[in-house]
Design a protein around this ligand. Structure first.
Ligand code: HEC
Ligand code: HEC
Length: 379
């Protein structure tokens, strides 16, 4: 090849590497074998379970893809009901009464046996929470950010006096939590295995027993499938599918969007929504030591009384994990229960530790507010 030809080839390669990642795409650097597991895991994620294949007897939906949909792994319109009991400073997840996820449907066999068409609301609950089905892209990267990084962002005593504290949640055995709106679950793996059980009552090698029904055993004969209802392989493939879902490439920013991105940092949004994080070691090269757009610190922040609902682990009713900001371009509802239908509303509803940034946003001239929203819509 001549020198100009080499230059053209290099340019084409560079352009090829920058092909935008669309919502629902796998991480671009996966090996062929990993991409194959992504595709096979997607089949399990998108499959529809029936009572014969393990669904129920209580359930919220028939498959992961019913809630994380359009494309698989994206947001969904299903809204769940959660409940716990807060006896300050302790939080009771009501495991003995079938909480904290209250399944909204029953199989025909359970309905016939007990005459109920949803899980009874736990009598000891002190609060109820609504939870929209979030986008789950990029969670494999979030899973690999070292705990030490999150601890370095935490400032429980507000030593720098910026009004923003931030502290990690912890699982019952003391590990740092990061998944779920209250950051209670430490690893993606546990969340995925738990979702089979909590959402579809599909038992698996890591969650091998069915939840009882409001504290009472499941009546005989209503759950025909033998436990575990899916194999280790099916669980592993689903886990890889979720793990390998890439964060979509942000849309190209115009001049407005670029100034919006600067304002996002200047008015303090980036104090909690940390723009980039870096993963630690991993056997998967596509996930190893990667810097990625996260817009979260994975920490809990007190967001004020108006947003407060249930406690979970160390999270008080008002504490929420900073939501990672991604794939906002197509979103039609925001915040944990979807109460905001525009980005402006979502910002206006930031209270507590978020009140300072909210007020600085409110004080911006209209053109600057529009620029910041244009930036968010590029994510
Ligand atoms: C009925 C709807 C529904 C189904 C079915 C469902 N999910 Fe979810 N998913 C949710 C909701 C709601 C949340 C948020 C939970 C919370 O905030 O505590 C969530 C959260 C998640 C998260 C954590 C995201 C984060 O940012 O921390 C992952 C991962 C996930 N789901 C994976 C799955 C997998 C895998 C399946 C199938 C085994 C599944 N989900 C089935 C509704 C659903
Ligand atoms: C004190 C920490 C903190 C600060 C500062 C903060 N946020 Fe948030 N943000 C959060 C938390 C926590 C949530 C989740 C709240 C919920 O779900 O109810 C959130 C949620 C959001 C959401 C909704 C995302 C979704 O998918 O539902 C948007 C949009 C958002 N923040 C933008 C901003 C902007 C813009 C600023 C600056 C004006 C800002 N935030 C400042 C903590 C913060």
């Amino acid at each position: 090849m001549t020198r100009p030809q080499v230059a053209v080839v290099l340019l084409l390669l560079a352009v090829g590497c920058q092909k935008p990642v669309k919502p629902g795409d796998p991480l671009p650097q996966l090996s062929k074998a990993e991409r194959d597991r992504f595709n096979r895991g997607k089949v399990v994620f998108d499959s529809v379970f029936t009572p014969e294949t393990g669904l129920g007897p209580l359930f919220n939906a028939t498959g992961c893809g019913e809630c994380h949909e359009d494309p698989a792994g994206g947001r969904g319109d299903e809204i769940e009901v959660h409940a716990t009991a807060f006896h300050s400073p302790f939080c009771d997840p009501l495991a003995q009464e079938g909480g904290p996820v209250i399944q909204q449907h029953t199989t025909p066999a359970l309905k016939q046996a007990l005459g109920i068409d949803q899980e009874p609301f736990p009598p000891s609950a002190t609060a109820r929470a609504m939870r929209t089905s979030p986008v789950i892209f990029g969670r494999g990267l979030l899973d690999l950010v070292p705990d030490s990084v999150l601890l370095a962002y935490a400032d429980p005593g507000d030593r720098n006096h910026d009004g923003v504290r931030g502290r990690p949640n912890r699982s019952l055995d003391g590990r740092i939590g990061r998944f779920g709106r209250k950051a209670f679950v430490p690893t993606l793996r546990e969340f995925n295995a738990g979702a089979f059980a909590a959402e579809m009552s599909v038992t698996n090698p890591e969650q091998p027993t069915e939840e009882d029904i409001g504290g009472k055993p499941i009546p005989a004969g209503v759950d025909p499938a033998a436990d575990p209802e899916i194999t280790q392989e099916a669980l592993d493939l689903t886990d890889d599918f979720v793990r390998f879902l890439a964060p979509p490439t942000p849309l190209k920013l115009g001049k407005d969007g670029r100034s919006g991105r600067d304002l996002f940092s200047q008015i303090g949004c980036a104090t909690c929504h940390i723009p980039t994080l870096r993963t630690g070691d991993s056997p998967v090269p596509a996930l190893r030591y990667r810097t990625f757009a996260a817009y979260t610190d994975l920490l809990l922040h007190d967001m004020g009384a108006d947003l407060a609902d249930i406690c979970l682990g160390l999270a008080t009713p008002a504490d929420f994990r900073t939501e990672p900001l991604l794939d906002l371009r197509g979103a039609e509802h925001f915040l944990h229960d979807g109460r905001a239908t525009t980005l402006e509303q979502a910002i206006a509803l930031h209270g507590g530790e978020g009140a300072g940034a909210r007020d600085r946003f409110k004080a911006l001239p209209p053109a600057d507010r529009a620029a910041l929203v244009a930036f968010l819509k590029s994510l």
